[in-house]
Design a protein around this ligand. Structure first.
Ligand SMILES: [Zn+2]
Length: 379
């Protein structure tokens, strides 16, 4: 009886041990299945790999890797909301990457794929905001501004040819400015700044055009904000003397004072020096020109706004005489001028005219203004 019980106990112990053994094995097995779900190298995973956390960055002397469920990610992968690229060994890519005829840039710091505008090695690039690919050899519109992205991926600047047509782009931002194959016209406004000047600036803004203002120094005090606005709006600010004397009747000393005092006032308001000059009444001679150290800008179309012309008469004058390279004389001191500009600019735009300030007129005509030169129009 005693012996029999002993044997029974022995059997029970064996049974318990077997059950425990099988259970532990089963738990290990199930745990591995859970950990390595979706992976076929469940049984090949090394002890080290099993210890790697389920989703984590790892690095060695070659670089960075990302482990997901015990496997290194390869190819394009989204990690923590950012796109990354890993080569076939799982090594994270950084810097420029060419892939399937597209170029990408991966942040050297964290490997994240960049999107939108980026400055890389001091050059501007634009990457597709969704796909991350570099935009090349195509037009790009951003915030109402147009750019042409060259084959290198940088915005074209200055004069640049696209499909055989030459276009002009801002030399700093690359913003599209004009089509060099179409006519340009320079509107110039004399004698301000006055109260009316702000209304004219409103109309120029409304039509998205730039012009040139020849200012009298005596009018600047109290109108500094108007000057700042002109400057910010991309208009050319130029010198029209301090108080409008006939320069051919002035002494050398008076000519210098008229120019320098006006330049000083403009500089104080805008932080910029003027380059161009227009002589009051268009009155000039070789002696005056040699003393100025500024190109003299006159005109080949007189709008007649100063002579009491009506809005329609001013418009007709411009429509009848506008040609490529024309410089138009106008005055921001008349309200009829403001109305005429508002009316005539859309009509001239329909005839492909593009409105430029004096700086741009010289650039697009590829001419260098001479300091003792006199210009009536540019072709
Ligand atoms: Zn004047």
């Amino acid at each position: 009886m005693y012996k029999e019980e002993k044997i029974k106990n022995k059997d029970s112990l064996l049974l318990v041990l077997i059950t425990v053994f099988i259970s532990v094995g089963l738990i290990f097995f199930l745990q591995n299945i859970v950990m390595a779900l979706d992976t076929e190298d469940l049984f090949r995973a090394s002890v080290f790999e099993r210890r790697v956390a389920l989703n984590s960055w790892q690095s060695d002397e070659s670089g960075n890797y990302y482990y997901k469920k015990m496997r290194k990610l390869v190819g394009w992968q989204e990690v923590d909301g950012f796109w990354h690229h890993f080569d076939e060994t799982g090594l994270m890519s950084a810097g420029w990457l060419d892939d399937k005829e597209e170029r990408y840039y991966l942040s050297p710091e964290d490997g994240g794929r960049v999107e939108g505008w980026q400055k890389i090695d001091d050059k501007d690039y634009y990457f597709d905001p969704e796909k991350g690919s570099l935009i090349t050899s195509q037009w790009l519109t951003q915030d109402d501004r147009r750019y042409y992205m060259t084959a290198d991926g940088n915005p074209a600047k200055n004069l640049h040819s696209v499909d055989g047509t030459e276009y002009y782009f801002d030399e700093i931002t690359g913003e599209y400015l004009l089509d060099a194959s179409k006519p340009v016209l320079a509107l110039t406004f004399d004698d301000g700044p006055v109260e009316n000047t702000s209304k004219l600036l409103d109309v120029l803004d409304k039509n998205s055009i730039k012009a040139t203002f020849f200012l009298q120094g005596k009018n600047i005090h109290g109108n500094e904000e108007v000057l700042k606005r002109m400057n910010k709006g991309g208009h050319t600010i130029a010198n029209h003397s301090y108080n409008h004397p006939d320069f051919t009747e002035l002494s050398e000393e008076d000519i210098r004072w008229q120019i320098e005092e006006t330049d000083r006032l403009i500089f104080d308001a805008t932080g910029r020096k003027t380059f161009f000059f227009r002589s009051p009444y268009g009155s000039t001679n070789e002696r005056v020109e040699s003393l100025l150290a500024k190109p003299t800008i006159l005109w080949n179309v007189d709008s007649g706004d100063w002579s009491g012309s009506s809005v329609d008469e001013i418009c007709d004058m411009l429509l009848d005489t506008a040609e490529d390279g024309t410089i138009v004389l106008m005055h921001d001191t008349y309200s009829s001028t403001v109305s005429a500009i508002d009316k005539v600019v859309p009509l001239l735009k329909k005839r492909d005219f593009q409105f430029v300030n004096m700086d741009m007129l010289f650039k697009v005509k590829r001419q260098t203004p001479e300091l003792d030169g006199v210009y009536y129009h540019l072709n």
